[in-house]
Write a protein that binds this ligand. Structure first.
Ligand code: DGJ
Length: 718
């Protein structure tokens, strides 16, 4: 619900479990409160209008601006910075009006959350009387989902062009407190490992300037009470629906009051806004959880599954796949692919994915990106007969693309050497021997739409892995005039989103999985088009625990690709038991990434059992509520998590051990968020326990003589 108290000019955004208050004071929109849900009442007298005593600085430095800009001695971080036609960047935004309406408007040219008759939106317009720049802040509240959506659009109502130098789409002050921050850091093969540290005083930021959300920092940040755990404590969190460079920041400034912000990265963004034009920011997603990190993740997961992911695959069971990348790399032909697929079909797999190497002359990663034409040396009959043979085995056919890239050794590059991002007179820096197409250009977008559509129409293809294997250097469009050069990165994103929009709408039956050297672009922007992402190129079961644990902070299991691969593992050379590799992979969208035709009889039996289990549990795993139980970054030997079905009738508990330890007492795993009085029967023993007992007494974890052992316990409500 959204309430407006006209006399006090007070706005109250009330979700099912949170409230958010703002007030217009002397024309300035100030933030009052974000936290547990309150009844609709006037809280403004509880929050003094100006600080009791503001010596030296003006009182404006202590105002909790809803949208801080450069004005009247506000010295903390600004959410918006605009160089106006006079050349200065002062911007005194004052309340000019508001509107409350049912529903939520889609954000033009950008992905955004959608509604199904369950949303209400408040738009507040602020205006600078001198420059006539106005900003409309948009807030959407949902019924049934505890995520607040925020975005803003800037209108240049003046008579001259202005330059946007910094646009942070959401900024919020938090109450004074003793806080930690938690974020997800990494690199290729080590994505989204959680890091928890004390909230530093001053300015702190994590970011990507890479032209993609990136492996290094996920666009997600929490500020949480120091004592917060998985189950308890207040947690404030932000992410956004955008896949390009970003900055997330906190600032604890003069009065020790923290604020946090999210937006595009100001180092790699400016926007030239002509008189009369409008600029639209991406959308931020804000979550307040009064019940710890699991409470935060439950809110993000439910929302991402139902209001970010969309289309026919949103609720459909995700197919169990076998992908040939780690089985063959570039060295395959049709016969080899079919030998893997045949075994996959016998094991119970439902989809065969042909990875990199099927097009152009791509025997290595040094050529052919852009030439989306089948390599007849490897597939003499082309894609159609391969698809038919797979379908005859009972398998769907999936295919890999890396559409945004161009190899210097490609027919496309020979025809259009200026289609890549570059700077005239400088080296075109290659990474993985490839360059990046200028997705901001309409002709490039149209080429890709056409080339990809031809392939997808040429055979019965029902899955696409959309890869992207390098970040931007010299990331500029050669067709933009100099005052617009720094728009290149954002224009790239807008162009990419256009291509994705057209292709996914044109092929609605196709399941798209995004990928970027593993999980280098795992964000809500991509999830609007592709409901799953390849989590990491690191398929080692032990490494995956930390990666999937961290990823689960924001993203539901149904968005994470997770595959069983060979041992010694290709990334770490580690040897882990086959069962454990399966038990880790069932924490996401389950698949295999190995040469199944070489699987031993013993492992084949285990693979058949694992596939049967995944099929039985798929609804719980993909649509249930996921809770983290034992933190592998805190416990020196264990990791555990659980899935509870939507109707709470089925519980799956997964426990993973690293090393065998001699002479130790059995550890216990305590379940979470169960209905206390319900009774659950454990499938393997038949014993029944109350939800309360499972949460408070917990289950003993067996002692074992196997390193990297694991257990999956299934319970049914009786
Ligand atoms: C990077 C991906 O993450 C891998 O799974 C694989 O598809 C390769 N690219 C292929 O080049």
């Amino acid at each position: 619900m959204i309430f407006y108290h006209a006399e006090q000019q007070l706005f109250h955004l009330q979700g099912d479990t949170y409230s958010y208050f703002m007030q217009v004071r002397n024309g300035v929109l100030v933030h009052l409160y974000w936290g547990s849900r309150l009844p609709d009442e006037d809280i403004s007298s509880l929050i003094p209008a100006v600080p009791v005593y503001a010596s030296f600085d003006s009182e404006f430095n202590r105002l909790t601006y809803e949208l801080p800009t450069q004005e009247k001695g506000y010295f903390s971080q600004q959410a918006l910075n605009i160089v106006n036609a006079q050349g200065d960047d002062v911007c005194s935004l004052r309340y000019a009006g508001h509107e409350i309406f049912a529903g939520k408007k889609p954000i033009p040219q950008l992905p955004s959350a959608y509604e199904e008759g369950d949303a209400e939106t408040l738009e507040i317009t602020l205006r600078d009387p001198l420059t006539h720049i106005s900003v409309t802040l948009s807030y959407t509240v949902y019924q049934g989902f505890d995520v607040l959506c925020r975005s803003l659009r800037i209108q240049n109502g003046g008579s001259d062009a202005v330059t946007l130098r910094n646009v942070q789409e959401a900024s919020v002050f938090l109450p004074k407190g003793d806080y930690d921050i938690l974020h997800l850091k990494g690199s290729h093969c080590r994505e989204r490992n959680q890091l928890r540290t004390a909230l530093p005083r001053g300015f702190f930021s994590l970011d990507s300037r890479r032209g993609a959300s990136g492996h290094e920092n996920n666009p997600f940040l929490t500020v949480m009470e120091r004592h917060a755990t998985q189950q308890q404590g207040k947690v404030y969190a932000m992410t956004h629906v955008y896949s390009g460079s970003f900055r997330l920041s906190t600032d604890v400034s003069i009065d020790d009051r923290p604020s946090m912000m999210i937006g595009m990265h100001p180092d790699v963004f400016t926007w030239h806004l002509e008189a009369g034009d409008t600029f639209q920011s991406p959308e931020a997603l804000l979550v307040f959880s009064p019940n710890g990190l699991n409470g935060m993740s439950h809110r993000f997961h439910a929302f991402i599954r139902k209001r970010i992911c969309r289309g026919v695959w949103r609720d459909a069971p995700r197919p169990i796949l076998v992908n040939n990348w780690e089985a063959t790399y570039f060295g395959f032909n049709e016969e080899k692919l079919l030998s893997i697929a045949e075994k996959g079909a016998a094991i119970g797999c439902e989809l065969f994915v042909m990875d990199d190497g099927w097009f152009g002359k791509r025997d290595q990663d040094n050529c052919s990106l852009g030439d989306w034409v089948v390599d007849k040396r490897k597939l003499p009959g082309g894609l159609k007969p391969l698809g038919e043979k797979l379908n005859a085995l009972g398998m769907r056919f999936g295919i890999w693309f890396e559409p945004e890239m161009i190899s210097p050794d490609s027919d496309l590059y020979r025809a259009h050497p200026d289609w890549c991002l570059h700077v005239d007179g400088r080296d075109r820096t290659e990474a993985r021997q490839q360059l990046i197409l200028d997705m901001g250009r309409r002709e490039v977008q149209d080429y890709l739409i056409d080339a990809l559509s031809r392939v997808l129409e040429s055979a019965n293809i029902t899955y696409v892995k959309w890869d992207m294997n390098r970040n931007m250097t010299e990331g500029f469009s050669c067709v933009l005039p100099k005052e617009r050069k720094l728009e290149s990165q954002h224009r790239y994103m807008l162009g990419l989103y256009r291509v994705l929009d057209v292709i996914t709408k044109h092929f609605p039956h196709v399941l798209f999985e995004s990928c970027s050297g593993g999980g280098g672009r795992f964000d809500c922007g991509m999830l609007c088009y592709m409901p799953q992402t390849w989590t990491s190129d690191d398929t080692d079961a032990y490494e995956r625990l930390g990666i999937q644990w961290g990823t689960s902070m924001v993203y539901p299991a149904s968005t994470m690709g997770a595959h069983v691969s060979v041992v010694p593992n290709h990334q770490t050379m580690r040897i882990t038991p086959f069962e454990t590799r399966c038990n880790v992979a069932l924490g996401g969208n389950f698949g295999f990434e190995l040469d199944l035709s070489k699987l031993s009889d013993e492992d084949t039996e285990k693979a058949i059992a694992a596939v049967k289990t995944v099929k039985e549990l798929r609804t719980v795993l993909q649509q249930g509520t996921f809770s983290r139980l034992i933190d592998p970054t805190v416990h020196d030997n264990l990791c555990a998590w659980q899935f509870l079905s939507e109707d709470e009738s089925q519980l799956v508990v997964c426990v993973y051990q690293r090393r065998v330890k001699p002479n130790v007492q059995p550890e216990r795993v305590y379940m979470a968020s169960l209905p206390a009085d319900s009774r659950y029967r454990r499938a393997d023993t038949g014993d029944t326990y109350s939800g309360s007992a499972l949460m408070n007494v917990g289950l003993p974890i067996p002692t074992t003589w196997t390193d990297y052992d694991s257990w999956v316990y299934r319970f049914e409500k009786v």
